[in-house]
Write a protein that binds this ligand. Structure first.
Ligand code: DC
Length: 228
């Protein structure tokens, strides 16, 4: 029997907000004994710092400088990534609405993305990672062992986000509108827009349960491992 452990893969999971990336990436990582790295949390942490330091979301050079002077650490835990900004746990704060909006704006700037991509490449270079985001398969790890592009119908994605955050009533419509706007920004920005890599496997989760999506990805991983 071959006792050599399979090479540790780099798995990229990209897709729009609300497609189920975070839950799937974290469950997959746990199943494989891999580390789940949530690249969006890094953009969120920088956005929070920009809010705190009153740096304009449109000032690319100032944002890059801010990033260079920041310590953003992702600590994978069972329940998702714990995020430290300059030593402070900001895991909950970065999920709030103002930071969500700011993250979408700071992430359009090429100097910011360049800095983030370099950090992310460093974090995942040894493999054994499931990294999720928007440009993991296209920019961060164009040679990833497996690339998944997880998509879903926009109406379903909006509803999932609202359910996740337990939002009902009048604020639901404005939240949904904000998600559509962020989506549009992610997909149309000039640098690294959200697109599926040509060699990514697209999974549409509109009609699928979390378990079904995980099962599909798990089968793809096993196939890769067998040949890695
Ligand atoms: O995945 P998320 O919602 O936490 O991401 C927050 C923002 O960061 C989102 O508006 C898109 C941006 N982002 C990005 O541009 N590239 C990534 N790899 C991850 C996130």
């Amino acid at each position: 029997m071959d006792a050599t452990p399979a090479r540790k893969l780099i798995i990229a999971v990209d897709g729009p907000a609300g497609a189920g990336k975070s839950t799937i990436a974290s469950r997959l990582a746990r199943k494989l004994g891999y580390v789940n790295l949530e690249s969006g949390a890094m953009y969120r942490a920088l956005a929070l710092k920009a809010i705190e330091w009153d740096v304009s979301f449109d000032d690319a050079a100032a944002l890059r400088k801010l990033a260079e002077n920041s310590r953003i650490v992702l600590e994978p835990t069972i329940g998702g990534n714990r995020v430290l900004l300059d030593g402070k746990d900001v895991s909950s704060r970065i999920r709030e609405r103002d930071v969500t909006e700011a993250a979408s704006r700071v992430s359009v700037h090429p100097p910011v993305r360049e800095w983030m991509v370099a950090r992310q490449q460093e974090m995942g270079k040894d493999g054994g990672v499931v990294m999720e985001g928007r440009d993991i398969g296209t920019k961060v790890f164009p040679h990833a062992d497996l690339k998944i592009f997880l998509d879903a119908d926009p109406v379903v994605r909006e509803q999932r986000r609202l359910d996740q955050q337990k939002i009902k009533g009048p604020s639901a419509e404005s939240m949904a509108a904000e998600l559509r706007e962020r989506d549009h920004r992610d997909r149309t920005r000039a640098t690294s827009p959200l697109v599926s890599a040509p060699d990514a496997i697209v999974i549409d989760s509109t009609q699928l349960s979390e378990d079904e999506v995980l099962k599909q990805i798990d089968a793809l991983v096993r196939e890769k491992m067998a040949t890695a």
